[in-house]
Every structure is written in structure tokens, then in C-alpha cells.
Design a protein around this ligand. Structure first.
Ligand code: BDR
Ligand code: CA
Length: 315
């Protein structure tokens, strides 16, 4: 089986960083054509340099990193240093990146890569959808070469950044609207799923026991992320973004169903909410495969095994 051509759009972000490591460690299944960064958890300058730091940590210097949009399409910018720390990857303790980002803008890379694709490309999105939406707006013909979009964002249930909305969708709901209306196969991995994949102390200890630099960085980040999470929820770090990569590697770990999802763009309590038509009340056709359950033990077993494949620089 040949590796699946993939572009990851992200805003690292502690959980984005773990997702990138999982993808970098999975070259047999994932042909990572590039990583595009967007403003989100922290400003763009930091998300794109963090993507390059993670690339170095994974020993994958050949994967190009592109900087994208520094702000959302319409709404005022928001960020999440209160979760991820001022660097976005607090706890990883990584040096300056060894190589610069590519000169091209992420949106242009997305357009050019998709236009030139001989095999349809999968887009994995781990942050606000600004880059992907602008690529669609700039060149709608690229959609013909999108195999599927797998996105971390939204929720059937309630939110995490407001009572109603999840961060990635709330940070650029207009971009999310463009992507959910694009008419390509779309898998939504929302909070309902990611809050089932919790980095509990025993799961973190299994990763820490690998004794490598990537494992130490993952545990350093998730220790902090988990502690901040505990302040709000009754559990540690949810593996939001790594679920996207895990789904691509092992879809059998997840269960979900097709439904209509609309993004609330009106001002008010529900701004940025994904309205998921769980019971088909709208009569509108499904536009998303919405995941509802994950085998968390299977997920962490795979994550730990994949992290063990990364360069074993001792710590
Ligand atoms: C999402 O928001 C970000 O803070 C995380 O990186 C994840 O992509 C979870 O709501
Ligand atoms: Ca993210």
C-alpha cells in the first residue's frame, strides 16, 4: 500500500506538536508533502517556527514548512496562550529551528500542490481554517484534487472556549463555514471525541519510559497542558489534534456517523458553534462525517509505539 499524500495545516500548539510528531513518525502510511501554519493558539510567527522546531525534533528536515495567514478572515484575532503558554509549546523546551520556512505563502502552496496533484491529497487541519478556506476561495478548482479533509474542530455538545463553541471554529468561523460548505468529504473530530482520549498519568508514564528527546518533549508539554486542563475539567490533557492523525492511520479506532453541520456565524452566545443535526431535524443532507467515539487505549498504544520510532536522541 502506498503512502497517502497529506498536507497538515496547524497552529502549534502543544497538542498540534504531538500530532505532528505522530505524523512524522508514520512515513510508511503518510506522505507528508508539507506543513502549513496559521495563527491560532499563538501568533503566526510562533506557530510556524514551532512547526519547524518539531520538524527538527522528529528528524524530518525534508518536509517543507510554510507560513500562512496571520489573522482570521473577518473576526478579530484571538489566541490561547492561557492553555498552551506564551511559546505555544511550553514544556517542550526546544531550541531555535535549524532551517527557515519556505518562501511561498501557505495558501499559495496549498493551491499549487493541489493543482499539480496526480493523486488526490488529504488535508488534515489542526487549527483555525483560515489557510484552507482562503485556498478554496482563491482557486475553487483545487477541490477536485482534495481526497478528504479531516478537521479537529467543533463539537456535537458544548464548547471549550465559550460555553457553546470550540476554539478552532470560534477563532475563524467564517473560514470554517467555507470549508464545511466546500462539498468534499469532511470528517469532523470534535470535543465529544477528543475528551475521550485523555493523557492520564499511566499513559504519560508509558511515553516517558521511552527515554528519548521526543518522548520527553511530549510529556513536558502534556504535563503542563494537563494541569491547565484540570483547572476546568475533571481530567488531564485531551488529545485533540493527535486524534486527526490517529484517524488517518487507524480509522477503526473511531466511530461516527454522517450528519449536517452548520457553523453559527451570527453574533451572540452561539457565535462559532457547530450546529450538528444529530437527529436529522433540518432535513438537509449530510455534509460531514462526525466522529463520536474513540478507543482511547488503542489510540495511546499507537501513539506510544509511533513515538518510539522517532530518532532516539537520549535525554
Ligand atoms: C483545539 O484548540 C487548540 O487550542 C488546540 O490546539 C486544538 O486544535 C481544541 O479546541
Ligand atoms: Ca491546534
Amino acid at each position: 500500500m502506498s503512502a497517502r499524500p497529506l498536507i497538515i495545516d496547524c497552529d502549534p500548539g502543544q497538542d498540534d506538536a504531538v500530532a505532528l510528531l505522530l505524523a512524522f513518525a508514520s512515513a510508511e502510511e503518510l506522505d507528508l508533502l508539507g506543513v502549513t501554519a496559521v495563527a491560532g493558539n499563538v501568533p503566526l510567527a510562533r506557530t510556524e517556527s514551532n512547526a519547524r522546531r518539531i520538524r527538527d525534533l522528529a528528524g524530518r528536515p525534508e518536509v517543507p514548512v510554510y507560513a500562512g495567514c496571520p489573522r482570521p478572515m473577518v473576526r478579530e484575532p484571538v489566541s490561547a496562550e492561557y492553555v498552551h503558554g506564551s511559546t505555544g509549546i511550553d514544556g517542550a523546551d526546544l531550541p531555535e529551528p535549524s532551517r527557515p520556512a519556505e518562501p511561498a505563502h501557505a495558501v499559495d502552496f496549498l493551491v499549487d500542490a493541489l493543482k499539480a496533484a496526480v493523486e488526490p491529497i488529504t488535508l488534515a487541519t489542526l487549527g483555525p481554517l483560515t489557510n484552507v478556506a482562503l485556498a478554496i476561495v482563491k482557486e475553487p478548482a483545487i477541490l477536485a484534487n482534495v481526497r478528504e479533509i479531516v478537521t479537529m474542530g467543533g463539537a456535537i455538545g458544548l464548547g471549550n472556549v465559550t460555553p457553546a463553541a470550540e476554539f478552532n471554529i470560534h477563532a475563524d468561523p467564517h473560514a470554517a463555514h467555507v470549508v464545511f460548505e466546500a462539498g468534499v468529504p469532511l470528517t469532523m473530530i470534535g470535543l465529544d471525541v477528543t475528551h475521550q482520549a485523555i493523557a492520564t498519568p499511566p499513559r504519560l508514564e508509558a511515553i516517558r519510559a521511552l527515554g528519548t528527546a521526543p518522548a520527553a518533549a511530549v510529556c513536558g508539554m502534556l504535563d503542563l497542558y494537563g494541569a491547565r486542563n484540570l483547572a476546568t475539567y475533571d481530567h488531564g490533557a485531551p488529545m485533540h489534534d493527535p486524534c486527526v492523525v490517529a484517524y488517518l492511520l487507524a480509522p477503526g479506532l473511531f466511530e461516527g456517523r454522517a450528519m449536517r453541520v452548520d457553523v453559527e456565524l451570527g453574533a451572540g452566545h452561539c457565535f462559532g458553534r457547530t450546529v450538528c443535526d444529530l437527529h436529522g431535524r433540518s432535513g438537509a443532507g449530510a455534509n460531514a462525517h462526525v466522529l463520536e467515539r474513540v478507543d482511547a487505549d488503542g489510540f495511546f498504544a499507537m501513539l506510544t509505539e509511533r513515538l518510539a520510532r522517532l530518532p532516539a536522541v537520549p535525554i
